[in-house]
Write a protein that binds this ligand. Structure first.
Ligand code: UT7
Length: 328
């Protein structure tokens, strides 16, 4: 039995100002707006400038969430950042966010679960708030994927974008807002989606740079197939855990990697399109930031009413996957 519940007190998001459209991409890589639109649904993505790091956009999103929660940075006792584009290998991006916000009372750490990072974060926050460890947590999904993109590889460079989303979660005596979380992983798929260079396996050398091992590599077709299966399964697992049915969910917020993946999942699960939130046309795939930015937008667009159940689902490198059911 949990001692406490979790209340969602605020959300916020921020994308860098600069927009790269499909027409812009046509100018420097052999692709077309038509190919990108029909194969992915993406029309544009936001790109951080050279001097902007992941923590910079994370801090802006965090300030918006704190404002909505009517809290100051000093109220936070934990900051958790999900990212694959950390400012540095260390200190953690969460430490940079803590410094930027002046959140002196907060412990801070990052989690690495690629595109599923925010869902993994929800499972950690649920456990640590419900058992009384933390009272007020800032959970962030933030990425500057443009920094790890090979801009000469048309197979990947059209897909990704930069952005950050934040959520404030607090201890409450009311029923928990994180109704159910399910996560999974299968490391045997490691080679299909990875950033091979710069870590302890392939430390940075002139050769790793020349071979672009510091850039994201993906076997898109293979990733696609597993993504559809694992995300459909994750949606059902989180529903089963909470003894709920698809019909109980007011809005599904899937990872925004490819419109065809989202449509395939909706078809498999018999979910009507109007119950699926889609914003990938504006942002592309922002990895760990995707589902929290989408949730923040859905709230601001009035797509979620107080008391509604929503379900987020994500899939990414590792492979990792997960789904979370929230009561807003
Ligand atoms: O967030 C983590 C999870 N990531 C994902 O979920 C991504 C999953 N994968 C996908 O979304 C899709 O597999 C892609 C969008 C990456 C690719 O779509 P696809 O339908 O699987 O295309 P493909 O890789 O089979 O490529 C089809 C053709 C190829 O040409 P040939 O070999 O048939 O002559 C590619 O070279 O399309 C070509 N192609 C392009 N053409 C124009 C690949 N990228 C492009 C491009 N512009 N940008």
């Amino acid at each position: 039995m949990s001692n406490y519940g979790v209340a969602i007190r605020g959300t916020g998001s921020h994308m860098p100002e600069k927009i790269l459209t499909n027409a812009d991409l046509e100018k420097f890589v052999q692709t077309t707006d038509e190919w990108i639109t029909t194969r992915t649904g993406i029309k544009q993505r936001h790109i951080a400038d050279y001097a902007t790091a992941t923590s910079d956009i994370a801090i802006i999103a965090a300030r918006k969430a704190l404002t909505e929660a009517n809290m100051t940075p000093l109220d936070l006792d934990a900051i958790i950042v999900a990212t694959v584009t950390a400012d540095m290998a260390f200190p953690s991006t969460a430490c940079f966010v803590q410094k930027g916000l002046g959140a002196r009372n907060a412990t801070a750490f990052d989690i690495s679960a690629a595109c599923s990072g925010f869902i993994y974060g929800l499972s950690i926050v649920k456990a640590l708030i419900e058992n009384g460890t933390y009272k007020n947590v800032l959970l962030i999904g933030a990425e500057t994927l443009s920094k790890i993109t090979d801009w000469t590889d048309r197979n990947t460079c059209v897909l990704f974008g930069d952005g950050a989303g934040a959520m404030i979660l607090s201890q409450t005596n009311q029923p928990t807002s994180i109704v159910s979380v399910y996560t999974g992983a299968d490391g045997s798929y490691d080679t299909l989606l990875q950033l091979p260079g710069g870590g302890s396996r392939n430390p940075a050398t002139h050769a790793t740079i020349d071979n672009k091992l510091h850039c994201l590599k993906m076997e898109g077709k293979e990733v696609f197939k597993v993504a559809v299966t694992k995300m459909s399964d994750a949606v059902n697992k989180a529903l089963d855990q909470a003894n709920l049915k698809c019909d109980d969910i007011a809005l599904f917020i899937p990872h925004q990697a490819n419109l065809r993946i989202i449509e395939a999942i909706a078809k498999r699960l018999n979910i009507p399109v109007e119950k699926v939130f889609i914003n990938l046309q504006k942002y592309g795939n922002m990895s760990s930031a995707t589902v929290i930015v989408a949730l923040d937008e859905a709230r601001r667009e009035g797509r979620i009413k107080p008391g509604d159940l929503i379900e987020m689902v994500a899939f990414g490198g590792g492979f990792t996957w997960g789904a979370a059911i929230l009561r807003l």
